[in-house]
Design a protein around this ligand. Structure first.
Ligand code: NAD
Ligand code: DAU
Length: 343
């Protein structure tokens, strides 16, 4: 039986991947290593709970002992664990460096020591920086422009260096913006959906004309399972949804799906260094045989429905988690008190 270590699997994407792998492959056992930061939630892994094919280890990927324990006997590693929110990185980057660089180093050292068969480092399209026209290819230079993406870039290249220097079978993936169920409500789609449900303002940064390429989280998970079989060590693969949407249009679509008025849109002070547009060329992965399957309109509609039907998942975070409340006040209080001219 294959034994796969999935780090950060109590979070949004890692849990989707773990649930999907668990569902689709009964010849695989899964070890999860997760620190359970504010973004980690064991409820996301409920379908695996109690199975003999699943073990949960609470620990930090930057802690060599925790990593040694969790990786024991594993032949495959996927590293999802990271500090992931750009806005938080702008207010303090120390945790980002600890997890997104040093954590990757500790995992790579252990993977090298025990000789794993495959190590997938989940990187991000943000390592390329912004692109005003065209699409980024895997061979394009990296130019991260905020502390989160700079830290992820460090992890991305460190992972590659362990392939180039020591032959650790590393694959690096760079995905575009994910959306779907279990998305932590600090990120724009779940924040705006849940605020709109409660008739709270939707704080749209700057002129609202920044563009993101949305990838359904199930398509991302499917792409990673595909790469477990078809990906080649030493290679980097872009994983994009091909759904470029301007933030203001995204916001309007969310309001329309919920039957809420556009007066909820509140233009606020921009994110410093706000990347204008991301766009990925995914020909390399498509040539291998993978393509996204979820149309954005349907994916967004289903996501809105999921949040409407799963208040028991997000209300405790937004209403009772003091960490979330503190974050919301820190990032938004001033902004909402001084709205900008509408987009
Ligand atoms: P998330 O914030 O929802 O979850 C992160 C998980 O990592 C949490 O369960 C958290 O507890 C865990 N974690 C954090 N620090 C840890 C540490 N030191 N040790 C062990 N566990 C730790 O993140 P996500 O949105 O699911 O992103 C997962 C990965 O995908 C990240 O590496 C991120 O950079 C990458 N990515 C995300 C997106 C996106 O749109 N969300 C797009 C491309 C790439
Ligand atoms: O592109 C991949 C990246 O996508 C991942 O690597 C990151 O982990 C993930 O968080 C995401 O980063 P973004 O910064 O693009 O996501 P976020 O949801 O924070 O913001 C999406 C867009 O919405 C961005 O242009 C900023 C804008 N925004 C965001 C928030 C939270 C707002 O206008 N208002 C907000 O309150």
């Amino acid at each position: 039986m294959k034994k796969v270590l999935v780090t950060g699997a109590a979070g949004f994407i890692g849990s989707c991947f773990a649930r999907r792998l668990f569902r689709e492959r009964d010849d695989v056992s899964i070890v999860v290593l997760d620190k359970l930061t504010y973004a980690g939630n064991l409820a996301n892994l409920e379908p695996l709970a109690g199975s003999p094919r699943y073990r949960f280890v609470k620990g930090d990927i930057a802690d060599p002992e925790a990593v040694r324990d969790a990786m024991e006997g594993c032949d495959t590693v996927l590293n999802f664990a990271a500090e992931t929110h750009v806005d938080r990185s702008l207010q303090g980057a120390a945790h980002f460096l600890d997890t997104d660089i040093k954590g990757v180093f500790v995992l790579l050292e252990e993977a090298r020591r025990i000789g794993v068969e495959k190590f997938i480092q989940i990187s991000t399209d943000e390592v390329y920086g912004q692109i005003l026209e065209g699409e980024f290819k895997e061979t394009d230079p990296l130019n991260p422009r905020n502390p989160y993406s700079a830290a992820k870039c460090g992890g991305d290249r460190l992972a590659y260096s362990y392939w180039a220097s020591y032959g650790v079978p590393v694959i690096v993936t760079r995905a575009s913006n994910n959306y779907g169920p279990y998305h932590y409500p600090e990120k724009v789609i779940p924040l705006f959906i849940t605020n709109a449900i409660d008739d709270l303002p939707l704080p749209l940064y700057g002129d609202g004309r920044n563009v993101r390429d949305w990838l359904h989280v199930e398509d991302h998970a499917a792409g990673l399972i595909f790469l477990l079989e078809h990906g080649k060590a030493g290679e980097t693969y872009n994983i994009g949804g091909g759904n470029e949407v301007m933030n203001v249009d995204l916001t309007r679509r969310i309001l329309e799906l919920l039957g809420k008025p556009e007066t909820l849109i509140r233009p606020v002070a921009d994110r410093p260094g706000h990347d204008r547009r991301y766009a990925l060329n995914t020909d390399k992965l498509k040539a291998l045989g993978w393509a996204p399957t979820v149309a954005f309109d349907k994916g967004l509609e289903d996501t809105v429905k999921w949040f409407v039907e799963h208040e028991s998942w997000w209300r405790p975070i937004k209403e009772r988690d003091p960490e979330f409340k503190a974050w919301y006040a820190k990032n938004y209080a001033e902004r909402l008190a001084a709205p900008q001219t509408p987009a």
